[in-house]
Design a protein around this ligand. Structure first.
Ligand SMILES: NC(=O)c1ccc[n+]([C@@H]2O[C@H](COP(=O)([O-])OP(=O)(O)OC[C@H]3O[C@@H](n4cnc5c(N)ncnc54)[C@H](O)[C@@H]3O)[C@@H](O)[C@H]2O)c1
Length: 435
């Protein structure tokens, strides 16, 4: 079996936040890519050179379409024309907060009949250690009649993405690669070396799977720590934001994490529970993960309590008050509202009788989500003086660049600020409550 040739063609399954930029990156490196997705709308967009992700410019897709290096399809038989398949499909939790590998396994079933000797399959979706070997491998072998590590190569390489961060470029982010066998790993290293600056080989798929979870658990636990300190320091009359600014001047042994309204996005609120589930199978508890989850999950409701306090101070109750939630995306400058704490906050405000509207420049309409479907189709309120003045309170959940907080400060009487966004405005008419 030889490494992919200079005229290599690969398939990338799942053209979402991970798969689409990866496809563009490989195409830029001269590797022809067929992107496969079950969502015909995304496939159509790619083929027309259009973008459906805010941080991916249409020109980046169109350029690779014109170069003949990128196409998209719903037809999985196209796998047969390729030398490698990279799987970038979702790995959410079930309603019982257990790993939902159905997307990965369905992909395995769809590609297996089209695998041929010498091909490479790489799982990129975040998951618990053991998934590639214990779950994906049997599906691929059963559907192809081939033996992994002998007839075809199998590897795991986690994606590292920082959507919305213009400094973060996919080709500059080191890529961890673990293989079923040393030869599987070498094949995957050879492929990724064509598209990214640094590839980090590790001894197995499990190590690569575990490394990704370590990164995200580290983040979740540290965010929980700073959220807990926020509550404690607040009681002591100390501003956590000022504390973090001061602490981060230490040139070693410290890395800043910021408090907020709770976790959001497809990764940090979910991935740790993949490990917690697997650890239980080994009879072990993941105490840091559980505690961090508990602290971070409490944050949105704390924000709502602060909203009630702010209104109370102005002689109003939550019931009957008009509250504007600023930001629906889970973090600044992205259009992704998966698992966003904004939904929990909006639900709780509404349950307590408030009239709730939202503004998000990147999410004009609330998309359909599994857990918050009742908000689907609601429109973002335009950022006009008249609209802002209608509200008794604003809750800043996401600090998107370009949202005019100075105008907000002039138009609403009270603001609950979870991101320290009002600090840049200085003095204003509104009373600002940090949360
Ligand atoms: N979003 C991030 O910043 C990020 C970062 C690192 C890792 N990850 C991980 O990468 C994986 C993908 O995440 P994402 O954010 O790109 O998800 P996404 O929802 O944006 O994209 C997934 C895509 O897969 C498609 N899909 C679903 N089932 C399919 C199937 N059976 N066959 C083909 N396509 C299918 C969907 O239509 C969608 O276009 C997840 O495991 C996630 O945890 C995400």
């Amino acid at each position: 079996m030889t490494p992919p040739s200079p005229s290599a063609k690969i398939a990338i399954v799942g053209l979402g936040y991970v798969g689409l930029p990866l496809a563009i990156q490989f195409a830029k490196a001269g590797v022809a890519v067929v992107g496969l997705d079950v969502d015909a709308a995304k496939v159509g967009c790619v083929n027309r050179g259009e973008s459906y992700l805010r941080h991916i410019p249409a020109e980046a897709i169109a350029a690779q379409r014109h170069a003949g290096l990128l196409e998209a399809s719903v037809d999985f038989s196209k796998v047969a024309q390729t030398q490698a398949v990279l799987i970038c499909v979702p790995t959410p939790l079930t309603a019982h907060r257990e790993p939902d590998l159905s997307y990965v396994l369905n992909t395995g079933r769809a590609i297996a009949p089209h695998l041929a000797r010498g091909m490479l399959v790489v799982l990129e979706s975040t998951t618990y250690p053991g998934t590639t070997e214990e779950e994906l491998l049997p599906v691929l072998e059963a559907g192809s009649g081939l033996k992994a590590g002998v007839d075809f190569h199998l590897a795991f390489s986690p994606e590292r993405e920082d959507p919305g961060n213009p400094q973060s470029r996919i080709g500059d982010i080191p890529k961890i690669v673990g293989g079923l066998t040393p030869s599987c790993r070498d094949q995957a290293v050879a492929l990724y070396s064509r598209a990214v600056g640094r590839v980090v080989p590790v001894s197995s798929c499990r190590v690569a799977e575990a490394a990704k979870l370590l990164e995200n658990i580290f983040r979740g636990v540290n965010i929980a720590l700073v959220n807990e300190l926020k509550v404690i320091y607040e009681r002591m009359g100390i501003d956590i934001w000022e504390v973090v600014e001061a602490a981060k001047t230490k040139p070693f042994g410290y890395m800043p994490f910021y408090p907020g309204p709770g976790l959001g996005g497809h990764c940090i609120p979910i991935d740790p529970f993949y490990l917690a589930w697997k650890a239980r199978a080994h009879g072990l508890n993941t105490r840091f993960i559980e505690l961090a989850g508990e602290i971070n999950t409490a944050m949105p409701l704390r924000v709502v309590d602060r909203a009630a306090e702010a209104l109370n101070a102005a002689g109003r109750a939550l019931r009957g008050s008009r509250v504007l939630v600023v930001g629906l995306a889970y973090k600044a400058n992205v259009d992704d509202c998966r698992e966003s704490p904004s939904f929990v906050i909006m639900d709780a405000l509404r349950e307590r009788g408030a009239e709730v509207e939202y503004h998000d420049p990147h999410i004009p309409l609330v998309p359909v989500t599994r857990e918050h479907a009742h908000w689907a189709g609601k429109a973002s309120v335009a950022w006009t003086e008249a609209n802002l003045r209608r509200h008794h309170l604003a809750v800043i959940v996401t600090a998107h660049q370009g949202v005019d907080c100075a105008l907000l400060g002039q138009c609403v009487p009270a603001i609950v600020d979870t991101r320290n966004a009002m600090a840049a405005v200085g003095s204003c008419r509104a009373k600002v409550w940090k949360a």
